[in-house]
Design a protein around this ligand. Structure first.
Ligand SMILES: [Zn+2]
Length: 339
């Protein structure tokens, strides 16, 4: 990467591929992963059993931390969700493959006993009118406030782009997050949004050809009155790399970034959540623009070598990184629940 590129105010993310070789190499793992999903009917104590089941599969990377060391959040389970998404191939908005991802997300959320709201809509894009769907987990709280977590699950419209890191990683983290949180009622509601249509249909990132799903949810919540209930919006994107260095995203709300990065430091992840800054355009902008405190957890620089290329494949993903990011988000939510 060039320094000039990274200084661009409109850094955006990822694209293409996965060959037959990779698909063959993960087939065994996916079979195990699928079985583990059906084992996991509750959102509570079955993680250890499922994790050991996953660990028995030879294709699982051995860098995953024990869930006990990451606040119960299981990075290996999150990794399994990434592998499953990659197995569907390229998943741009409006494709057949994205329907499989939607079904997979829905089935996993059902397994975790989550209450789910789906919003099917269509968006006018440079490729014509495309069907899209937002999937939103809604965990009730005792008070009015909402803590909103989010990821996107569509992949960039590029030949052979399977998006293991973009958007498989953050979607895997949020599926495991749902398993952790569904059924646990806190002071505030927690919503977990899975956005369609984050990626620009055109090659370049140029408004309004991007963030279709997050703009839809923000608008819908604005209409319903729910938007003003949102106390914090935490977005994850590109969080699966093996040598994560997550900078403070400059557009994000400083107080919320301070809370997340402070939590990471307290947990011992100060070398991953670093104090340098970088600007990134992402789904959080849809909420920032409507006055919602929002933060983006994204490592676009670490992924520079494969971002929006055919090399964004499963071998780039670390179960350890997924576990650490999940731990930080989980503890940040706990912190927000005390405010
Ligand atoms: Zn991308």
């Amino acid at each position: 990467m060039s320094k000039t590129f990274w200084q661009s105010p409109n850094l955006r993310r990822a694209r293409m591929s996965c060959g037959a070789t990779l698909l063959l190499s993960i087939t065994g793992f996916i079979a195990g992963c699928k079985a583990s999903g059906t084992d996991n009917h509750t959102n509570t104590a079955s993680g250890a059993t499922v994790a050991s089941h996953l660990a028995a599969q030879p294709q699982v990377p051995d860098d995953g931390l024990p869930a006990e060391s990451t606040g119960g959040f299981d990075g290996k389970l999150a990794y399994g969700h990434v592998a499953k998404q990659v197995s569907f191939g390229p998943r741009p908005s409006g494709s057949q493959a994205i329907l499989q991802v939607q079904d997979y997300i829905a089935s996993q959320l059902t397994s975790s006993s989550c209450t789910v709201d789906t919003d099917s809509f269509s968006a006018d894009t440079p490729a014509g009118r495309l069907p899209m769907k937002n999937i939103v987990v809604k965990i009730p709280g005792e008070r009015q406030g909402i803590i909103l977590l989010a990821t996107h699950y569509d992949t960039k419209r590029l030949d052979n782009f399977v998006g293991a890191d973009d958007s498989g990683s953050s979607t895997g983290v949020m599926l495991e997050m749902a398993r952790q949180l569904c059924g646990k009622h806190g002071r505030y509601a927690v919503w977990i949004a899975f956005f369609d249509g984050e990626e620009a249909v055109r090659k370049e990132w140029q408004d309004p050809d991007n963030r279709y799903g997050s703009r839809q949810l923000a608008a819908r919540m604005g209409m319903s009155g729910d938007l003003k209930r949102v106390q914090a919006m935490i977005l994850a994107d590109l969080v699966g790399g093996k040598t994560l260095r997550i900078k403070r995203e400059q557009n994000s709300t400083k107080a919320l970034v301070d809370l997340i990065w402070g939590t990471a430091k307290r947990l011992g992840y100060g070398e991953i959540f670093i104090d340098q800054t970088t600007p990134v355009d992402d789904d959080h902008l849809s909420f920032l623009q409507r006055g919602v405190p929002s933060a983006d957890i994204i490592d676009l620089e670490n992924s520079a070598g494969y971002w929006h290329t055919p090399q964004d494949t499963l071998d780039k993903i670390s179960a350890k990184s997924l576990g650490i990011v999940g731990h930080v988000i989980l503890e940040s939510v706990k912190e927000l629940q005390t405010r």
